[in-house]
Design a binder for this molecule. Structure first.
Ligand code: ADP
Ligand code: MG
Length: 261
């Protein structure tokens, strides 16, 4: 049975300024959703609020997943529950290798599911990691490097997708995973996401540009303007945006508002 992440009437602010002004969105496992919109409309804010970033305050609404309201949970609890976010700007952690980071993350999840769990064995972990790195066309020496330290833009995004691949969440949020990628890196990252997509995973791709949607085909497309989702549709909505730009959505909104008056 499909699981659903349900966002209902979500209002959130940062530094006392309201950014999200009533967001409604449901993402189910097996579905790929694209959230598009001009810069500064609150897309990353939504992603951060979903993961529980401490700088953002939720003033109204709910985020429901597996019978829990995520608003009340800490980021690590949300992660263990099966939510994953690939950051627009991943942080570097010197001294922590990619392999150690991933192994710790896997073990922390296993322990949360079963307190008796002894953790993933080293040979099994190596096997899993190699398999996932091959899928993402990452050289194996990557595993020994410190997390994101000195990584190029494309390598950082690949490292994020590697985390997604090894953690096997049920809902993944990819914030501007396409930004800073050249066309080859974009293709590899997209192929990785496509290989992971399937009935057990729900994906929310956040992007300003239509470009990544040439490689990852969404089932649903949503447009955010000024902290709200103002249009939702199928993949053709992304194509309209590519042709006509976001100004077209603004005009449509204004026409709708005029009709009400
Ligand atoms: P998008 O991802 O759609 O480009 P963001 O969610 O990043 O938009 O930003 C929406 C608005 O919230 C912007 O006006 C931005 O300046 C503001 N904002 C986001 N995060 C912060 C923060 N941590 N501190 C201050 N302002 C923020
Ligand atoms: Mg953003």
């Amino acid at each position: 049975m499909a699981l659903a992440l349900e966002i209902r009437g979500l209002h959130a602010s940062v530094e006392g300024k309201e950014i999200l002004k009533g967001v409604d969105l449901t993402v189910k496992t097996g579905e790929i959703h694209a959230l598009m919109g001009p810069n500064g409309t609150g897309k990353s804010t939504l992603a951060n609020v979903l993961m529980g970033h401490p700088s953002y305050q939720v003033s109204a609404g709910e985020i429901l997943f597996k019978g829990k309201n995520l608003v009340e949970l800490a980021p690590d609890e949300r992660s263990r529950l099966g939510l994953f976010m690939a950051f627009q700007y991943p942080v570097s952690i010197s001294g922590l290798s990619v392999a150690n980071f991933l192994r710790t993350a896997i073990n922390s999840r296993r322990k949360a599911a079963d307190p008796e769990d002894k953790g993933i064995g080293v040979p099994e972990f190596r096997r899993v990691l190699k398999e996932k790195m091959d899928m993402l066309k990452m050289p194996h020496e990557f595993a020994g490097r410190y997390l994101n330290e000195g990584f190029s833009g494309g390598e950082k995004k690949r490292a994020e997708i590697l985390q997604l691949a090894t953690l096997e969440p049920e809902i993944a949020i990819l914030d501007e995973t396409d930004s800073g990628l050249d066309i080859d890196a974009l293709r590899v990252v997209s192929e990785g996401v496509n290989a992971l997509a399937g009935p057990k995973l729900g994906i929310l791709i956040i992007t300003h540009y239509q470009r990544i949607l040439n490689y990852i085909k969404p089932h649903f497309v949503h447009v955010m303007l000024d902290g709200r989702i103002v249009e939702s549709g199928g993949p053709d909505l992304a194509e309209h945006l590519e042709e006509r730009g976001y100004g077209w959505v603004r005009e449509m909104q204004e026409e709708k508002a005029a009709e009400v008056l």
